[in-house]
Design a protein around this ligand. Structure first.
Ligand code: NHR
Ligand code: GAR
Length: 220
């Protein structure tokens, strides 16, 4: 049980860009009711804004540039090495844009989370807002899920539904979805660090009850 652990949970966050989700989680960790800390932020892209944001929070930030490695496998081996130096309880993908190898996913299985800007299982992969608009969807949203070896296919934890407005474009829709991202990701991280969330045989459990396919769904 988490309560018996003396030390706060250790979180490593992987980013590729602006790091606003990382910031939302870092902000939540400052709340005394959260017994967790982001102990490192790692970006696969040099010079991104998320690295500066991390430093503003006093969080050590480092870059592991994937373009300096010959293969995906080699990058992932070095990424594992960098992550494990921080002995994390939880690894969080927050706008991390590199597909991870099965070996990487297996290493952190059950303690690896991702946020994906769609109502998974709809729109796995990239350009989700554009695809939802082009399909004429009335609802779009965002999902926090456990990462499995199946890309964007691990079990859902929480999903927030966002209405698509008649005059929405990719940018306006994305910014309304992001507001929900910054709400649901800290919740999922808190559940995990409290020991209330687990993955078992491809299903997500909250307080030992299997979550529905959608995950816990927040609607507007
Ligand atoms: N890795 C595994 N194994 N499983 C998942 O579910 C993962 C993952 C790595 C990242 C995030 C995911 C998303 O939420 C994520 C989930 C990037 C791509 C992609 O195609 C796809 C899904 C996600 C992130 N990346 C290109 C690649 O070749 C590069 C694109 C770029 O650099 O802009 O890796 O959407
Ligand atoms: C977020 O909107 C997240 O949903 C999306 O990237 C953004 C990162 O923003 N993730 C993906 O598209 C994953 N393929 P952030 O760096 O400000 O957190």
């Amino acid at each position: 049980m988490r309560e018996e652990q003396a030390e706060p949970s250790r979180i490593v966050v992987l980013i590729s860009g602006s790091g606003s989700n990382m910031q939302a989680i870092a902000q939540a960790c400052k709340n005394p009711e959260n017994d967790a800390n982001i102990v490192a932020v790692i970006s696969n892209r040099p010079g991104v804004a998320g690295l500066d944001r991390a430093e503003e929070f006093g969080i050590p930030a480092q870059t592991l540039d994937h373009t300096t490695f010959a293969t995906r496998e080699e990058f992932d081996i070095n990424l594992i090495r960098a992550i494990d130096e921080h002995s994390p309880d939880l690894v969080v993908l927050a706008g991390f844009m590199r597909i991870l190898t099965p070996d990487f996913v297996r290493r952190y299985k059950g303690r690896l989370l991702n946020i994906h800007p769609s109502l998974l299982p709809k729109y796995k992969g990239l350009h989700t807002h554009k695809r939802a608009l082009e399909a004429g969807d009335k609802e779009h949203g965002v999902t926090v899920h456990f990462v499995s070896e199946d890309l964007d296919g691990g079990p859902n934890i929480i999903q927030a539904v966002v209405p698509v407005l008649d005059d929405d474009n990719e940018k306006s829709l994305q910014s309304r979805v992001q507001i929900q991202e910054h709400i649901i990701y800290p919740i999922a991280v808190k559940w995990f660090t409290e020991g209330r969330l687990s993955m078992l045989k491809g299903d997500a459990y909250f307080d030992n009850v299997a979550l529905p396919e959608t995950g816990l769904q927040l609607t507007h």
